[in-house]
Design a protein around this ligand. Structure first.
Ligand SMILES: C=CC1=C(C)c2cc3[nH]c(cc4nc(cc5[nH]c(cc1n2)c(C)c5CCC(=O)O)C(CCC(=O)O)=C4C)c(C)c3C=C
Ligand SMILES: [Fe+2]
Ligand SMILES: [Fe+2]
Length: 340
């Protein structure tokens, strides 16, 4: 074919299908400036912070970005992947893309990954897929529960990049998978196996979801309901009673009211109610990251034990585990129907 192209004709790649895994993003390093750059991009997103720009700009630039990068950088340093000198979120998302790529290699599918904030940027990976000949691309925001603050802004960023392309690929977006039976079963199995592997019987298992300002729920963001539904479906799958599996919300940011009950306050209050052995997991995260490894696995344990708790265990995210990848592959193959 290439020798039939007239002089000056741009090269034409064999048509392929692209799958782009999208996650939130993470700093390139733990130093003040790397974390500041990441936080500035993240917290300047109007999908994440809805405070009017004239009010938010001085708060962000003069207050938050003066102090938070140092504090967050120290927290990132506690969980940094020493093997690759990268953030766990980046390492795990890349592993997921590699594994999915191997699983779909025979189907003329190219798999890549990109971040909403920081690197690798969504625009750069979409361009790479297009250059590789992907005329059809499936965007897969790796958030089981939809939120405008995560899923929608990931897709927005991709569509911003597509808006600049002359030859735009056909694009699909994968929906949130909070009630996908395969996801529910995989999560239930991870809890059952995670608990069975402990050397204690937890009084309670906590599903701790990333929080969100309460007024986003009131304005119509379905995230809260989808979190509750995931836990209900998992509880039904496990055949557990209501008092064995609880929902909390973590990672509160700023002075406004966020979704309740708060994970940290719950952990501090449980020992006083006689619940002294807990296991905890974070189903809103497809990959372990600062919010799970530092906030829940490390600080959560410190808070619980300090309040009189006796045993505490963190059950990891599905990550790039064989079961987690079976679930992602199942979802991606379903969303590629008609293209494969
Ligand atoms: C400020 C408001 C925030 C909203 C709303 C929010 C929603 C939200 N976030 C995730 C997933 C992740 N968040 C992560 C980090 C993180 N989140 C916020 C703030 C909001 N998140 C901040 C300021 C940070 C940075 C960390 C810090 O400085 O403490 C991450 C981890 C990134 C990493 O590098 O490891 C993820 C993943 C969801 C699912 C969600 C839904 C409502
Ligand atoms: Fe967050
Ligand atoms: Fe709700």
């Amino acid at each position: 074919m290439p020798d039939l192209l007239p002089a000056g004709h741009p090269p034409v790649a064999t048509p392929k299908i692209g799958v782009l895994l999208l996650n939130l993003g993470t700093p390139d390093a733990t130093d003040y400036w790397s974390v500041r750059r990441y936080l500035k991009e993240f917290l300047s997103d109007p999908r994440v912070i809805e405070t009017p720009k004239w009010l938010w700009w001085p708060i962000l630039n003069l207050v938050i970005l003066s102090f938070r990068p140092q504090k967050s950088g120290a927290n990132y340093a506690r969980i940094w992947d020493k093997r690759t000198n990268e953030s766990p979120l980046l390492v795990i998302t890349r592993d997921q893309a590699t594994s999915l790529g191997q699983r779909l290699a025979g189907d003329n599918v190219v798999v890549d990954y990109a971040m909403r904030y920081g690197n690798p940027s969504t625009a750069s990976r979409l361009e790479a897929l297009q250059k590789a000949g992907c005329q059809k691309i499936l965007l897969v925001p790796l958030y089981p529960q939809y939120s405008a603050t995560t899923t929608a802004t990931a897709n927005d960023k991709a569509f911003d990049a597509l808006a600049k392309m002359r030859w735009q690929p056909a694009v699909r977006t994968a929906p949130a998978y909070f009630d996908d039976p395969f996801y529910v079963e995989t999560l239930a199995n991870s809890i059952r196996d995670g608990v069975a592997a402990l050397d204690f019987e937890p009084d309670l298992v906590i599903t701790s979801y990333h929080g969100m300002p309460q007024d986003y729920l009131e304005k119509g963001d379905p995230y809260h309901c989808q979190c509750l539904k995931t836990t209900r479906l998992v509880r039904e799958k496990l055949g557990w009673s209501k008092d064995k599996l609880m929902v909390t919300f973590q990672s509160r940011f700023g002075p406004t009211k966020w979704l309740e009950p708060y994970t940290d306050e719950t952990l501090k209050s449980l020992p006083g109610k006689g619940i002294k052995k807990v296991a905890i997991l974070a189903p809103a995260f497809s990959a372990d990251c600062i919010e799970t490894l530092e906030e829940i696995a490390i600080t959560g344990e410190e808070e619980f034990m300090h309040a009189g708790g006796e045993r505490y265990a963190y059950i990891p995210c599905l990550n790039a585990s064989p079961a987690g990848m079976d679930m992602i592959e199942n979802m991606v193959r379903r969303e590629l129907k008609g293209w494969l």
